[in-house]
Design a protein around this ligand. Sequence first.
Ligand code: COA
Length: 263
Amino acid sequence: MSLDAFHNILIDRDGGVATVTINRPKVLNALDTQTLDELRRAMLAFRRDDGVRAVIVTGSGDKSFIAGADINELSVQTPTGGRDHAMRGQHVLDLIENLGKPVIAAINGYALGGGCELAMACTLRVAAETAKLGQPEINLGIIPGYAGTQRLSRLIGRGRALELLLTGDQISAAEALRLGLVNRVVPAAELMSEARKLAHALATKAPIAARYIIDAVNRGLQMPFPDAQAFEATLFGLVSTTDDMREGTAAFLEKRKAEFKGK
Ligand code: COA
C-alpha cells in the first residue's frame, strides 16, 4: 500500500498489526468524505493482506478519537447528498465490522456521533479513562447516519440506546464500560500499549477461526436462531479442514505452543 496515497490518515505496521490513525487534529479528527474514502481504501488493503492479522484504529493527539462526521460538510448537504453520505459511511463501517480480522478501536478522547458509530463497528473497544462517548446528533437537529441507531441498540440494548440517542449526552469511559459500550478502560497513558498488546495477542490466533467467529457472530445476529446455529455448524465443519486445526489440536496434545499459518 502506498503511504503517499493518504492525506488524512496515518498507517503504521508492526508485524501482523496495522494501526490507522485518523489525522485531522484541527477538527478533532472529524470524518469528511476524503477521510472516509481513505479509511475505505486502507481497510480493503488490510483485508487483502494476509500478513495483517489485526488492526487498531485511533485518533491523533490526546483529545479526540473522532468528533463525528465533519459538520462543515453536513451543514450544506442536500437530501440526496445526505443519503449518499450516510450510505458511504455505512459502507465503510460495514467493511470494518466484517473485515474478517479483529479491529480494535483505541478510543483516546472524544468518540462522538460518527466516531462512536465507527468505534461500535470495530470488533473490540479499548477506551482511555479520559474518553467521552455519545451520539449528539439530536443536538444538531439530525439523527445518526452511519447505523448508530442500529448498532447502539444491538450493543447496549434498546432502552439504554434510546436514552443516549434522545439526550445526546456525552458519557464517561467508566459509564460506557458499565453499559457494555466499551470492552476495557485503561489510564490514558497506557491506552496504546494496551491496544497493541491486545492486537498482538489476537494476531497470534488462528486467522481462519478468527474470521469465522466474526462472521458467525455478525451474520448469526441477523438470522433466526436455528439458521444461525446451522450457519455456525457449517463454519465449524469448514474450519476442521484447515492446517491450523491440525496444528492447534496437535500442539495441545504435544504440550507446545501452536504456530498458526492461516491455512
Ligand atoms: N466537524 C467539524 N469540525 C469540528 C467537529 C466536527 N464534528 N468537532 C469539532 N470540530 C472543530 C471545531 O469547530 C473547532 O474548530 P475551530 O478551532 O476552527 O473553531 C475545533 O474542531 C475544536 O473544537 P472545539 O469545539 O473548539 O473544542 P472543545 O474542546 O470546546 O469541544 C467537542 C470539543 C468535541 C465537545 C466539540 O467540538 C463538539 O461538540 N464537536 C461536535 C461533536 C458532534 O456533534 N459530532 C457529531 C457530528 S454528526
